[in-house]
Design a protein around this ligand. Structure first.
Ligand code: HEM
Length: 430
């Protein structure tokens, strides 16, 4: 597959910040290379990093042959796009052939300022680092219970035992939905994210769109009933806060409230599950770093951010061009989708010292695994703390843990995520 990569023909209004290319090939001159980038390819998804490295060097902006999609691989380009919603919108056009009337309004993640700003301000208070720190004792209790049960069994699927239940119970408690319904949430979350992002590179089928419509109807009915309960009997939870915002003049519509609840329930589940799973896998793959972390538990915060960087759960973050422009010589038309590859940006050698090294004590780790700009992950503090608590509890309660075999683990179906959906582990008690 031959592609053209752009030379440095940037103009001031291109929405891309200047950078010193450091003489990387492909930046100052147009070159034709064979990138062979198929985001669905299993081997590429398991280890996309050699391809990303080559793409950053040889074709930092890549127009996918035969598709109206452009991929962006460098850190500074990704950051410049994500920080500029006026040029790069989060509000996506309906897929080809789909009537815009049949596409529901998106939640805040698919809105631009000022609508996005208004919606986000209604929930942001519940997710500040201070609010999240208050949840730590409860998280530690949950993690201890789940890991004790896993250690007692000896061999478990760690996704079922810990990485799925911990984040879903915590977010259910924050929102104020019964954690006992978590099997139902899992079924909904799985359906919601099963093919997330895949339609960027291959149009979704009519059945998939209809299935998503049914799913949001079901979740909407569930939340509407709970919201009605909170209206009658308020509690100290986020759901009550949203219900009150709805009735106290913030102009939050019923539909906006339901979409917010669906987003909050879904956005933090698969992502955090994947991060905790990736943490276990990277520590197993780097025994020296595992030993260092056991000896220096105070490194847990930098370790978790290093996993976010080195093995980013969310690999891509797309935007839509709001006007015709030119990205490093590659023309982009208004309405065209540009995919920023967070997973690649987080290994950019221009930004991170020795980016291929997994270093649990890494300082100056300015990764963009939680996105950047106005849509920066609302749950970043929550996800960080959950993962720190999960891994520190695992280390404290086990002498060792290992995979019982070296079978290839099943990958998430959605190309947005890089992580496994099942993780058999053998746990030896401390
Ligand atoms: C490791 C775990 C997580 C990762 C990797 C992650 C990643 C991301 C990324 C990359 C974005 C930016 C999306 C964009 O630019 O359009 C985002 C946004 C968001 N995340 Fe997370 N997330 C994680 C955990 C959570 C958790 C636990 C919650 C729970 C509330 C959450 C809620 C959200 C919400 C609501 C948004 C949309 C924010 C907005 O539109 O302003 N995330 N996340």
């Amino acid at each position: 597959m031959t592609i053209q990569s752009g030379g440095d023909r940037r103009t001031p209004d291109q929405g891309i910040a200047p950078r010193d290319s450091g003489g990387r090939d492909g930046y100052h001159r147009a070159v034709a290379i064979d990138l062979e980038f198929n985001p669905f390819d299993d081997a590429t998804r398991r280890d996309p990093y050699p391809l990303y490295e080559r793409a950053r060097r040889e074709c930092p902006v890549y127009a996918h042959p035969g598709l109206p999609i452009v991929s962006v691989f460098r850190f500074d380009d990704t950051q410049a796009i994500l920080r500029d919603p006026a040029t790069w919108s989060s509000h996506f056009p309906p897929p080809p052939g789909v009537d815009p009337k049949d596409v529901p309004e998106p939640s805040m993640i698919g809105q631009d300022p000022p609508a996005h700003t208004r919606l986000r301000s209604l929930v942001s208070q519940a997710f500040t680092p201070r609010m999240i720190r208050q949840l730590e004792p409860r998280m530690r209790q949950l993690a201890a219970e789940l890991i004790d049960a896993a250690v007692a069994k000896g061999e478990v699927d760690f996704v079922e035992a810990l990485t799925y239940p911990l984040p879903v119970i915590v977010i259910a408690e924050i929102i104020g939905v019964p954690a006992e319904d978590r099997e139902q949430f899992k079924e909904w979350s799985d359906r919601a994210v099963a093919n997330l992002g895949n339609a960027l590179f291959a149009a979704p089928s009519a059945e998939r769109l209809a299935e998503l419509g049914r799913l949001f109807d079901q979740m909407g009915t569930y939340f509407a009933a709970l919201a009605e309960e909170r209206r009658r009997v308020p509690r100290e939870d986020l759901l009550t806060g949203l219900v009150q915002a709805r009735f106290e003049g913030s102009k939050l519509t019923h539909e906006e409230m339901i979409r917010m609840l669906v987003l909050l329930l879904v956005a933090g589940n698969e992502t955090t599950t994947t991060l905790i799973g990736n943490a276990v896998l990277e520590l197993l793959a780097h025994p020296d770093q595992l030993a260092r972390l056991r000896a220096h538990p105070e490194l847990m915060p930098t370790a978790v951010d290093e996993i976010m960087r080195y093995s980013s759960p969310v690999q891509l973050d797309p935007r839509v061009a709001t006007r015709d422009l030119d990205l490093r010589g590659v023309p982009v038309r208004k309405g065209q989708i540009v995919v920023t590859w967070i997973g690649s940006a987080n290994r950019d050698e221009e930004v991170f010292a020795d980016p291929k090294r997994f270093d649990v004590g890494r300082e100056d780790n300015n990764h963009i695994g939680f996105g950047f700009g106005p849509h920066y992950c609302l749950g970043a503090s929550l996800a960080r703390l959950e993962t720190q608590v999960a891994i520190s509890t695992l280390l404290a309660k086990t002498r060792s843990f290992e995979r019982p075999d070296d079978e290839l683990l099943p990958l998430h179906q959605s190309i947005v995520f890089r992580g496994v959906t099942s993780l058999p582990l053998r746990l030896v008690p401390a």
